[in-house]
Structures are given as structure tokens and as C-alpha cells.
Design a protein around this ligand. Structure first.
Ligand code: SF4
Length: 331
């Protein structure tokens, strides 16, 4: 396994905002290419863009912890306390982007980090990336975030939405403030996220809720899901996507270790439901789908944005391969 990268040397990494966040270290991660091509069952043919690596929001279920394992970090907590900043991201994107290349497949921003985590207030990398993308027409762009900071960029989002297809997913898996603090300890409160969603919608940005992951025995109750749908409806969300937890190798290790300490009574259930691998037992998934289907029918909220070519169709179609539902579990 590689050694972790060297400590930060770039003076831009020592700004006052970030020093104030106790216990978090920031390092530059040199980047030659920012567009990462993904083509897998979980992540159909798309470009992904992640301006940071690691995320201070520290969601217990975050599947993206594997990205730190690649860097040689063994402790899953390093994902939220050692953030890598791709200072050269805008320059890399400038060098590798062209209209033809960007149009080739959908672009998903924030699949393995939150692109609007606190570091963005200082580095403006996501904003610079959006500035570049806003020059093009006919792209398909999705952004996934839990942060209110995205509203800073409404001017750019409006420009992009006028020229390309844009979909913003605000991640929210419960409206219970206490439960959210336990599951997403560093992230904005549910109330703040609902406000963010509402602000985006009022500004004309196509936006909906990303309710992934639903965790067996934790946020999957009928009443809990109903409150989530009600909050989305109040904010005039365009959609609410719902899907179960999946536990890839790095997240499985850290999530089950956390569960054992925080909710030990749940551990046997998780061992049983995830006995065959990273996907939940299909019988549990069927029950979840049935429950969500009933609630969805009551609120009349679709499960995802319509395809660009199907906007006038009454039929709701799945997201056109921007990112698979499970991948939206990150951010
Ligand atoms: S799930 Fe998203 S917001 Fe939470 S730690 Fe992972 S990347 Fe950050």
C-alpha cells in the first residue's frame, strides 16, 4: 500500500476559514485530468467530477471512503479529517474539455465528495468548474450536495440551466434533526437542506431530493418516510429519489463498526440483510419499494427528473444514466 501523500505545501491551503475547523487537515492533490469516465452497473456511462477528495460531513454510511483507501489511509475517519483539495482542477478541466467531449456523456458533480463542503467557500473550485461548463450548450449536468453553499452559485446554475440540462439533487434522508446529527454529523441540518432546496426551486433551478440511503430499522419507517416526502413537497421539489443502503467494502467496514458502537441492537439485522454482499436482501428492498410506492402515490412526487426529451410525456422515466441511484448515496 502507498504511503499517504506529503503534508500541504501550497500557501493557499492555509486560509483562515479552514484553520478554524478543528481537527481537519487540508492538502493539495495534484490533478492532471478532472473528468473521470465511469461505466459500471451502478454508474452507467458518465463523466464524474470531484473537486475534493474526502468530506468533512462525515456521513456514517458514505460509500466514498474507498477513495482514501486508494491513497493509503487505513483509518476510515481520515476521510473526514484529511481533505484533499484539487487546486489545479479548473486548469485541468480547461485543458481536457471540448464541446464534443463534454456532450459525449452526462456529467455528475459530487459523486465521491460533497462539492459544496466548507472548503469550497475558500477555494471556489466547484464555482470555477461551473464557470467553465456554463460556456457550453447541450450538456447534461447533475450536482449532488447537502450544502446551502450551492445557493451562492445560483447565477451560474441559472445560466447553465438555460443552455444545458441541469439537475440538482439535495441529499436528505430524514427530517429528524437528532437522527440526522447522528447519521450525518458534519452536514447541515435537515431544515437547512429543505430551505436550500426551496431556494433553488424558487430560482428556477430543476432540483429534487436525493433520499439515499434508506437504512433498515433506522429511517425506513412509514412515518419517517412520510415526513420526508411532506418536506420535499413543501419545498416544491421536482422529484424525490429513494433507494436502500449498499455497503461496498470500505464503507461496510466503517459503517458496521460505527453501528456496533452507536446502535448495537441493529447489528444482527444488518449482518442478516447484508449477508450476501453489498446489496440489501431483495425481500427487504421489495418491502421498501412497496412502502415508498404508496407514499409516492399520495404525494404525487416522481422518483427522478424527466429525461430531457420526455418533458411533455406523462410517463415518468428514470434518470438518464447521470448516476445510478446507489452512487447518489454519496453527498
Ligand atoms: S455521503 Fe456525501 S456528504 Fe456525506 S460524507 Fe459522503 S460525500 Fe460527504
Amino acid at each position: 500500500m502507498e504511503s499517504p501523500p506529503a503534508p500541504p505545501t501550497d500557501p493557499r491551503l492555509a486560509g483562515p476559514n479552514l484553520r478554524d475547523r478543528a481537527g481537519v487537515r487540508y492538502s493539495d492533490l495534484p490533478v492532471r485530468r478532472l473528468l473521470n469516465r465511469c461505466d459500471s452497473k451502478r454508474m452507467p456511462d458518465c463523466w464524474t467530477i470531484n473537486p475534493y477528495r474526502g468530506c468533512v460531513f462525515g456521513c456514517r454510511y458514505c460509500y466514498a471512503r474507498y477513495t482514501h483507501e486508494f491513497l493509503g489511509f487505513d483509518d476510515p475517519a481520515d476521510f473526514e479529517r484529511h481533505i484533499f483539495v484539487k487546486l489545479g482542477a479548473p486548469q485541468a478541466l480547461e485543458a481536457e474539455s471540448s464541446q464534443a467531449r463534454l456532450r459525449r456523456r452526462p456529467i455528475a458533480i459530487g459523486t465521491a465528495t460533497d462539492p459544496y463542503q466548507p472548503a469550497e467557500a475558500q477555494y471556489l473550485l466547484t464555482r470555477q468548474i461551473l464557470e467553465i461548463l456554463s460556456r457550453y450548450r447541450g450538456l447534461e449536468i447533475s450536482i449532488i450536495t447537502k450544502s446551502a453553499l450551492i445557493t451562492r452559485d445560483i447565477d451560474l446554475l441559472q445560466k447553465i440551466a438555460a443552455r444545458s440540462t441541469l439537475q440538482v439533487f439535495v441529499s436528505l434522508i430524514t427530517v429528524d434533526k437528532e437522527l440526522a446529527r447522528i447519521l450525518d454529523p458534519g452536514a447541515p441540518t435537515p431544515e437547512r437542506r429543505v430551505q436550500t432546496l426551496s431556494t433553488l426551486v424558487k430560482a428556477g433551478i430543476p432540483a429534487g431530493v436525493n433520499a439515499l440511503p434508506i437504512l433498515p430499522g433506522i429511517n425506513d419507517g412509514e412515518a419517517s418516510l412520510r415526513k420526508l416526502f411532506a418536506a420535499a413537497a413543501r419545498a416544491n421539489a421536482g422529484w424525490i429519489s429513494v433507494g436502500p443502503l449498499f455497503l461496498a467494502s470500505a464503507s461496510r467496514k466503517s459503517f458496521l463498526r460505527w453501528l456496533k458502537g452507536a446502535m448495537p441492537e441493529q447489528l444482527p439485522r444488518y449482518r442478516r440483510l447484508f449477508a450476501k454482499g453489498m446489496d440489501v436482501d431483495p425481500r427487504w428492498r421489495e418491502r421498501l419499494d412497496a412502502r415508498v410506492g404508496r407514499i409516492r402515490a399520495q404525494f404525487g412526487l416522481p422518483s427522478g427528473p424527466l429525461r430531457p426529451l420526455d418533458r411533455d410525456s406523462a410517463e415518468q422515466l428514470a434518470l438518464p444514466g447521470v448516476v445510478g441511484a446507489e452512487m447518489r448515496q454519496a453527498s
